[in-house]
Ligand binder design. Sequence first.
Ligand code: FS2
Ligand code: SF4
Length: 549
Amino acid sequence: MFCEQCEQTASGNGCHQWGACGKSPEVNAVQDLLMYCLRSIAPIALKAYELGIPNRELDRFSCESIFSTMTNVNFNTKRFSDSAKEALHFRETLKQAVEQQNQTSIQWPEICSYQPNFEESLAEQGQQFALDLIQKASGNIDIYSLQLTTIYGLKGLASYTFHAYELGQEDEKIYQFIYKALAALDQQDLDLNAWVGLALKVGEMNLRAMELLDAGHTGHYGHPTPTTVPLNHRQGKAILVSGHDIKQLEALLQQTAETGITVYTHGELLPAHGYPVLKQKYPHLYGHFGTAWQNQTKDFAKFPGAIVVTTNCLMPPHETYDEKLFTIGPVGYPGLNYLPSDESGIPDFTRVIQKALELPGFSDDETPREVKTGFAHNAVLNVADHVIDAVKTGKIRHFFLVGGCDGAKPGRSYYTEFVEKVPQDCVVLTLACGKFRFFDKQLGEIGSIPRLMDVGQCNDAYSAIQIALGLAKAFDIGVNELPLSMILSWYEQKAVAVLLTLLYLGIQDIRLGPTLPAFISPNVFKLLSETYHLKPISTPDEDLAACLA
Ligand code: FS2
Ligand code: SF4
């Protein structure tokens, strides 16, 4: 086994025996095999686009399949072997269509005929792909590093593309690029510069995917507005919804509308409360329960109702709560309740509702506690005049974007300490699940401007970018000249895609932690630090002093 796609990779240099995330070597090998099957489709799908006969169903399937191989999404070997079979069925059908349309035979690359033996262990067959890329890179560790950066960034890009598609937003340029990047993994003639270009192109396409997702969210649910969210529970039967998928949250809200069940968000769904349409239409969407993904074994065990996980981050479930836990979409775990979707992509949540009604629910109303969310680009830029005025009059000295993923490592206390030490005349913007380290701190206000603003989910990095671009435009300066520092935390591959987007935009001086990605080689890091001044976090005091200097 070899995997180093996430921040908790064993000993900081790759999981070899068993995944630190709980992924088995078998699952890892079948995931690699599925990725190879998708790579075997890429040249054919590109040709189909060229001939004007793309297969949109395949495009969506490819994105969902890639998404399912991300960290903490799916641990079920069967899911990956079924997807591999489906991928090859898609490939052969498309190959025929392309050859027919082309009217002359096509000399496909060898990979396009790859055929695993589905009668024998796919896990054993998948093991050969652990070393495939380093061989393709002829042992060049820097090219290998950029190949891994590209493929991990693609995983994030594919997941955001899938979410956007669910909300009716698609751009075929993204699908074409995904095939192009997958096909590039099989090429041996790309040099270092070509790989740098491809990795940055992942960032560019990811900006577009996040833009589509933002359009999907705001088109369906309105622009987020600053909203108070209860952190306390209220008496009654309850369902907890985790992950990022706001469309699936709405489907569950629709199906629970007349049941008397109260719905709570968990993890990255906290920002859903900021969307006005959801709040107005579904009064039983009440509050938020728990904190970040790595605390779910405690939070889920305590929750007295049914739980649905819509996307990453799922941890291997404990027996104390696995019976009340359900997964949907790309998420899964062997033996765990899985709700298949209908043709419109929506599951029937009846079993979740029944489970919630069987379970005790909350027996009392808890003392109110609350946080605020909903500070997305529209809300912040609507008050841009106040913000600009506060900066010009010296009331606001600096902005910090302290955002990204959370995780279990002790080094992540850096982010809490950093926010606690931010001077009183500075504002903290935050997003993604890293905020749970400090989301309920009362940092007060500067005039009418809150000192802590939750911009949204990890994909709402798009919103943070729009805020930065909007302020830069208002001040008539470049983004890098704004009094703004980015202090980012990463864990999984959505964060890799977001980082590539920021680098594509030329954002300088990003501080990244809690550790640097294991898949970035020293030379590639040197290149990034020379070009973009990307740097690892040091201590909160040192970094604060440097940002404010
Ligand atoms: Fe957090 Fe996990 Fe959002 Fe990441 S819930 S680390 O996948 O995507 O952020
Ligand atoms: Fe290890 Fe992360 Fe890969 Fe899991 S996803 S096997 S923890 S590197």
